[in-house]
Design a protein around this ligand. Structure first.
Ligand SMILES: Cc1cc2nc3c(=O)[nH]c(=O)nc-3n(C[C@H](O)[C@H](O)[C@H](O)COP(=O)(O)O)c2cc1C
Length: 324
């Protein structure tokens, strides 16, 4: 997610779950290939498994960008066919590609020829006046024939004109039933559903109903502990003990120290940690101390330790008043 799932966010999320597949923000192929912005590919080895999401619509350029992604060490290259923002439309990539499955197929073919890692696609069920029941199967069939075997389907249309990107994530109605139908039609494809999933209960229900995967976006960002900590056990059957939210915060401290040493800013990391204790007593003081303090000139890891201590005090007080 642009501006959200940067490398600091992904490092934190990986501490919470060993098995979930993490995605980068969309990186455009022109930025990598023409702009030489290779720093956009930087990531920490701890983030594996991690997929690089590319935006673009020129097969040769996407092939080069995919190659750069593979060389940087990404486990998967994903093509964005779902993002409706104006900026992205003007470059002819994102959701507008739902109108041209032949071009997407060409892009996928070129990318697959350039890399050994898996090439996957994230798409919508359609755009504008398209009829999803017709468009989606044709899209999956043509892009699948080009060798993409794994799709993540955001189960709503995108309106390319008239709705903001934010509105396009909420207003067009979700049609999970259509995604389920695709499961029946395309037994050779790995299909994940995306859009509006806020809990592991919901994710488990989709998997029980036959879908192959579930992508969780906003809920995983705003409430990472609830979504990610139990995912290893409940979704992947991995019963090895994991970190608690508090332990993950402590494990971020050396990471933050490293980031500051290389000239980074505390807030660049802590902004992704604000939701760590979402819904728990003390969540507010944690959030407030981090958001007010992290921008100060001398702010460092001690702020995180102080905010954690304040959270823990609030927890203890809540437990005392429950017991009273
Ligand atoms: C701030 C923000 C940035 C996003 N950026 C991307 C992106 O770069 N690539 C992408 O495929 N989807 C992007 N999305 C869409 C999400 O991946 C997801 O499809 C959408 O939010 C619906 O899923 P959710 O209800 O689980 O959040 C973004 C969403 C948000 C909120």
């Amino acid at each position: 997610m642009m501006d959200w799932t940067d490398r600091h966010c992904r490092y934190l999320h990986r501490l919470l779950s060993r098995n979930t597949l993490l995605y980068t923000e969309m990186v455009t192929a022109p930025a990598l290939v023409r702009g030489g912005a290779l720093h956009l590919l930087d990531f920490d080895l701890a983030e594996h498994p991690v997929a690089l999401q590319l935006g673009g619509s020129d097969p040769a350029e996407l092939a080069k960008a995919a190659r750069l992604g593979q060389d940087a060490g990404y486990d998967e290259i994903n093509l964005n066919c779902g993002c409706p923002s104006d900026r992205v439309q003007s470059g002819t990539f994102g959701a507008v590609l739902m109108q041209d499955p032949g071009l997407v197929a060409d892009c996928v073919r070129a990318m697959r020829d350039a890399v050994d890692v898996e090439v996957t696609v994230k798409c919508r069920i359609g755009v504008d006046e398209q009829i999803p029941e017709e468009v989606l199967p044709e899209f999956l069939s043509r892009v699948g024939a080009a060798g993409c075997k794994r799709f993540t389907i955001h189960a709503r249309k995108a309106w390319l004109q008239g709705l903001s990107p934010k509105e396009n994530r909420d207003i067009p109605p979700l049609d999970y039933g259509l995604v389920q139908q695709m499961r029946g039609l395309f037994s050779g494809l790995h299909l994940s559903v995306n859009g509006g999933v806020t809990s592991l209960d919901q994710a488990e229900a989709f998997l029980a109903a036959g879908l192959d995967g579930v992508m969780i976006g906003r809920a995983a960002y705003h409430d990472p502990a609830s979504v990610l900590i139990d995912a290893d056990r409940r979704i992947f059957g991995d019963t090895a003990p994991g970190l608690s939210a508090e332990d993950a915060v402590l494990a971020m401290i050396p990471y933050i120290e490293g980031h500051l040493t290389t000239g980074g800013k505390l807030a660049q990391v802590t902004r992704h940690m604000l939701g760590m204790f979402q819904g728990r007593p003390g969540a507010r003081v944690w959030r407030r101390m981090l958001s007010e303090g992290a921008h100060r000139k001398d702010a460092g890891p001690a702020l995180v330790e102080q905010a954690l201590a304040a959270f823990q005090r609030a927890q203890a007080e809540a437990a005392d008043s429950d017991a009273a």
